[in-house]
Design a protein around this ligand. Structure first.
Ligand code: SF4
Length: 180
């Protein structure tokens, strides 16, 4: 039987949600034996010409033009798209910049920090421009499932992946939605 295909990306994120996935430890062996992992930070594939996949998973908010293009491409290529972690679900901590203009954000980050001398705002064609606001994934493309948490605990990720593999959209039981 053909294994379902999975692709994962991180956008404006800290990588913590993917690290939580790695914290499944030996549970990863079981899950990865049941899926074909294609483009993902875990496979270090950086070609975002995604193959068609059954499940696409997004970590992170949408904060720059590249993020937007990547999730739009993933959305076109996946059957189910899952927002994974608070940044993808709500925008997360990155939305703290949403009260400022992009010019103010760049000046605060590269010029006006207390320890910066002669700071310069980087500018290069390879650096994607910031969007005016950091957005949750569902503000840009349709999302089929949500896994909140910062990061979602490994057992929550395992539960969701097992539900997806069983052909069900994951609906988290109440005990998996509370945070200590
Ligand atoms: Fe990092 Fe938390 Fe955002 Fe995941 S939800 S990318 S762990 S800040």
């Amino acid at each position: 039987m053909k294994k379902p295909k999975l692709a994962t990306v991180w956008c404006e994120a800290c990588a913590g949600c993917h690290m939580s996935f790695l914290d499944l430890d030996e549970g990863l062996v079981d899950i990865l034996s049941q899926v074909e992992l294609t483009v993902s930070p875990l496979t270090d594939v950086k070609d975002f010409a995604f193959p068609h996949v059954d499940v696409g998973i997004v970590e992170g908010g949408v904060g720059n033009q590249e993020n937007r293009e990547v999730i739009e491409r993933l959305r076109r290529q996946c059957r189910l798209l899952i927002a994974w972690g608070d940044c993808a679900v709500f925008g997360g901590i990155h939305t703290l910049r949403n009260g400022l203009s992009t010019g103010e954000v760049l000046r605060c980050s590269y010029v006006e920090t207390a320890g910066t001398v002669n700071g310069v705002i980087p500018c290069h064609e390879d650096i994607p421009p910031l969007l005016d606001k950091v957005l949750p994934v569902n503000a840009v493309v349709a999302v089929d499932g949500y896994v909140p948490g910062c990061p979602p605990a490994p057992e929550v990720l395992a539960y969701c992946l097992k539900e997806l593999l069983a052909g069900r959209l994951p609906v988290l039981p109440e005990e998996m939605i509370h945070f200590d």
